[in-house]
Design a protein around this ligand. Structure first.
Ligand SMILES: C[S@@+](CC[C@H](N)C(=O)[O-])C[C@H]1O[C@@H](n2cnc3c(N)ncnc32)[C@H](O)[C@@H]1O
Length: 412
């Protein structure tokens, strides 16, 4: 075995390896070297020691995605990086379970993030990955689910007899390790999933930046069987994915939706509840409050739903800032109280910040070339007891600086 990572993983998969891993203390970066030396001095195989310490380190990192479940899982470094975090995988799995899928294929299962969520909901899983160490890790992770099976093969060759739904999270790196944003070039490609959807309910994960026109049926005639739903998801402010759901798994009447997950709670916005979905939201003067819609809402093109919920308006037709005359706590947008609207200029801004005693400043921007860091540097040292948010944007076509204060944000 030439690859030390693969050799280490193989050693960890043995009963002796599992026992050593279970005996390790919680991972501590600084103590890892000394721990490795002690274990080798105690007679443990150096390859196994390296493999066990790698797993211990990956488990510690994996807690961010899998919480305490990470401590019972195995990983590869690449597999962990690509794995769907538990709370998002659980949402995928719920769609399949709610549609009555009993045995789902996870085609390109990686270390099994999505497969585990499906199995955890009682859906049997046929998990397939063509990479041998990855499939071995998925098998270890799914060992507690006897209805699940892992195959190491190319998904194009997988016999799907007995499967009544399929999930795909295609690999989005090319051979050189570069990110592939176009789902038509991912592995397996979008065309594979679309073809499969003629036979089975299908869900596909894609990058958040997916071109809306690539959603099956977005351009031209509606595909057979009805419309697909594209759902963007953000977790604590980061947009993590856009999932495509074939007609059997899409929600009726919904083509675009956004899920905003914050502190474990989720809120959903969709085009069925966006009165401006087919047109443009109104634009008007800056009111007493400014709202920054969540990234998933913006990616989904559902800023109009925020405008409608606030009875508000955009500050500029092409910028995703919403203004309103009243404050409403929305999970789908962050609110600010607007104190002043200034035409953008360094000197007047600096003067106003001094007058207001602003010592701490958060800079936000949309629709302007000014870089927040550069602005902060050019403003020089700020002193004072107050905190402010300055929002750089266009208001009715003019570069402006909105002096604001953050408002409390509710849990989703
Ligand atoms: C993004 S990862 C999946 C991550 C997984 N959803 C999770 O949560 O752990 C994609 C996986 O697809 C596998 N893959 C890519 N093309 C494949 C193919 N044609 N057949 C089988 N597996 C494939 C890769 O080896 C990789 O492990």
């Amino acid at each position: 075995m030439d690859d030390p990572a693969v050799a280490g993983l193989a050693a960890v998969l043995s009963p002796a390896g599992q026992a050593l891993l279970a005996s390790l203390p919680p991972y501590d970066d600084e103590g890892a070297l000394a721990l490795g030396q002690r274990l080798r001095a105690a007679g443990h195989d150096p390859v196994l020691v390296a493999g066990a310490l790698t797993q211990s380190r990956l488990r510690a990192r994996a807690r961010a995605k899998f919480g305490p479940f990470a401590d019972d899982m195995l990983f590869t470094a690449a597999g962990l990086e690509q794995a769907t975090r538990l709370e998002v995988a659980a949402r995928h799995a719920r769609r399949f379970a709610a549609t009555g899928v009993r045995r789902a294929a996870d085609l390109g299962c990686g270390v099994g993030g999505d497969a585990l969520a499906l199995a955890g909901l009682g859906v049997d899983v046929l998990a397939v990955d063509r990479d041998e160490p990855t499939a071995a890790v998925a098998a270890a992770n799914l060992r507690r689910f006897p209805g699940s099976e892992v195959r190491c093969e190319d998904v194009a060759a997988t016999d799907l007899t007995g499967v009544d739904g399929a999930w795909l999270d295609p690999a989005r790196r090319d051979a050189a390790g570069r990110r592939v944003l176009d789902p038509r070039r991912a592995s397996p490609p979008l065309s594979f999933a679309v073809e499969l959807a003629q036979r089975l309910p299908v869900g596909v994960k894609t990058a958040p930046g997916i071109d809306h026109d690539l959603v099956p049926g977005a351009v031209g005639d509606a595909p057979a069987g009805g419309a697909w739903e594209c759902q963007w998801t953000s977790v604590d402010g980061d947009v993590v994915e856009a999932a495509l759901w074939s007609p059997a798994l899409a929600r009726p009447g919904v083509r675009r939706s956004a899920v905003v997950v914050r502190a474990g709670a989720a809120a959903v916005v969709d085009d069925a509840h966006d009165p401006f979905a087919g047109g443009a939201p109104p634009v008007g003067p800056v009111g007493g409050y400014l709202y920054e819609p969540d990234g998933a809402v913006v990616r989904a093109g559902l800023v109009g739903a925020v405008v409608a919920a606030l009875d508000g308006r955009l500050v500029d037709p092409s910028i995703a800032y919403v203004t309103a005359d009243r404050h409403l706590e929305l999970p789908s947008a962050t609110g600010y109280a607007v104190d002043e609207v200034l035409p953008f200029g360094l000197k007047p801004l600096r003067a106003r910040l001094r007058e207001r005693g602003v010592g701490r400043l958060v800079v936000k921007k949309r629709g302007t070339a000014v870089e927040p860091e550069e602005l902060r540097r050019r403003l020089g040292r700020l002193e004072g007891p107050h905190e402010a948010v300055v929002v750089l944007t266009r208001v009715a076509g003019r570069q402006s600086a909105l002096l604001c204060r953050a408002l409390p944000r509710p849990a989703a």
